[in-house]
Design a protein around this ligand. Sequence first.
Ligand code: HDD
Length: 698
Amino acid sequence: MTDRKQQQRDGFRADDPTAGPLTTDQGVEVDHTDDSLAAGERGPTLMEDFHFREKLTRFDHERIPERVVHARGAGAYGYFEPYESCAEFTRAAFLQDPAVRTPVFVRFSTVQGPKGSADTVRDVRGFATKFYTSEGNYDLVGNNFPVFFIQDGIKFPDFVHAVKPEPHNDIPTGASAHDTLWDFVSLQPETLHAIMWLMSDRAIPRSYRMMQGFGVHTFRFVNAEGRGTFVKFHWKPKLGAHSLVWDEAQECQGRNPDFNRGDLWDAIEAGEYPEWELGVQLVPEEDEFAFDFDLLDATKLIPEEQVPVRPIGRMVLDRNPENFFAETEQVAFHTANVVPGIDFTNDPLLQARNFSYLDTQLIRLGGPNFAQLPVNRPVAPVRTNQRDGYGQSKIHSGTNYFPNSLGGGCPAHAGVDGHAYTHYAERVDGAKIRRRSPSFQDHYSQPALFWHSMAPWERQHIVDAFRFELGKVDAMSVRARTVEQLAHVNGELAAAVAEGVGVPEPAPAEAAPNKVLSPALSLDSLRGDGSIRTRQIAVLVADGVDGEQVTSVKEALTAEGAVVEALAPRDGTVTGADGEPYKVDRALPTVASVLYDAVLLPGGPVGTPPTVSDQDAMRFVRDAYRHGKPVGALGSGVGVVTALEPEGVRLSAEFHQVVADQGVVTDTSPGPASEEFLRAFVTAVAAHRHWDRPPARC
Ligand code: HDD
């Protein structure tokens, strides 16, 4: 089904290249593009070779400045549909009727690294959505963390300068583990809450399809009567929120730098459309001061246990862009792209963003006409008196000012039919001051809330992350000052980090009180729909494998929606126990455990040695185990896991019985896998990772 945006895009396709010969930009046919025009066979190139000059000039100008932050990304089209009318709170047209689908374009991104950096770096992920609504474009430009690093946008250049590669040597790429970031953090405690998220596994998502999104700021819904309600936006992935572990994320950077981008692309191509539920936390205007933090402070979240998230609709991404540059690179988001019924608050971070995004598009996209680019065009009609400028692609006619009589007074002001944007009539009253509100001053309670709400394995990963990051900082004074800040969050956290990075344990500080917990902050609370759809499962095969068993296991797991690949020491085929060739999907040396969610070791005939035992295979299983991934073994395949027992891999297999222990599922019975084994393995894969198995740390 094509939606309005898709139909609009169809009108912008370049001419069909198969419809005729190569031409210049001017439409002149070209019969030779392999040699430049020269004065004689060995002579100099001639200036009059307009085809050569045009070709080279256009090539020289192919790049535009990359985004100053969020340079690397991936995007997709899809649609949003509300579950029910939200008219009680907002008059936004796209939130009224469950029968109305609104086209969207979403761009996911990392923040620190340049356009060519790796995907699986420790970083915030951008989650920006453009809704092409009937009343104009609405952009929800969010992240996968619900809080930000600073409170006032005037600090954004400072923060970004600190986290970006250091100015003298442009190092490190795609990493926050360096002196300038931690110097800034240690001096600016408002960063601490977002830093806790950054040190958690939220900063290394398994997939863009498996992470939450947040609008971060408190926005304002406004209904048809003009009543305002504070609102925070949440995206919740249907597949659950899942993350990598740091060791794995680092190896992935080399094995597949496009790990997240490719995953999104492949899933959509395979028809496995990612889906998120949009939820809102609603706070009546009269409750503005009912919290022990300021709703205008973007370093704070409203615990879901305090204000529940109300699901209001779902978004599905079902189409990949056709041209990365035209669409994903040229898409221009802007927090001030709002529609009637959605308004701002005085959050000073949001106010600054409302300036910055338009400004950045002007330099990035080379002028003021970027809203005419296909990906940015609203599907709502556009009638303005804006004219001219670089890249103007419209031929306007008539008058270009208001009021006018010569153009019949057109375009006229919008009428009173309710579609015009009206700003919320908030009363504002105050002296001009340059000062942070005292209500923004508690920087420790929410980092502490986050810390205390984590599962033990998440806390361990946070400590490990701090140790890694600060361990890369050269200035011991910066390490020490950061640890002193952590002491205000939690003494045990500070002590554990101090020990790891070689600085004295800080004196006990007045740690933030641990008043409430928010279990919703733990990844353990976000396991999704329990399915194993799109999980990548590796089946390690070799000569002598029970081909029938592998085929039946593959079929069963594929039926559950998993992507199952047979890996062997070499590509092509292996010879099964019955002498028949068995087709291999990939050669082991070209892949690695870090590119899969789980591993299964099928068996050969009873009594034979393990069918896969080469170094690549052993490493594969060892890594999967270390990274908490499900490991399944059948028949003689159990022997591969047994071989790793001296290295700390725990196995509680029993003869001819299905045993599932901390995600290691075994059955030494020969022949086809039993229903019981398959169920236990699917359950283990659905759980994503198994943290309590020894060694607990990765
Ligand atoms: Fe920003 C890009 C998200 C604070 C200034 N930001 C950008 C993108 C996302 C966010 C997802 C990429 C959009 C895309 O895919 O094209 N930014 C956030 C969030 C913030 C935030 C969730 C805090 C709640 N940003 C923020 C501040 C400022 C900016 C405080 C400046 C005062 N952001 C920008 C920018 C970017 C940008 C420089 C770079 C490229 C672009 O806008 O289009 O204007």
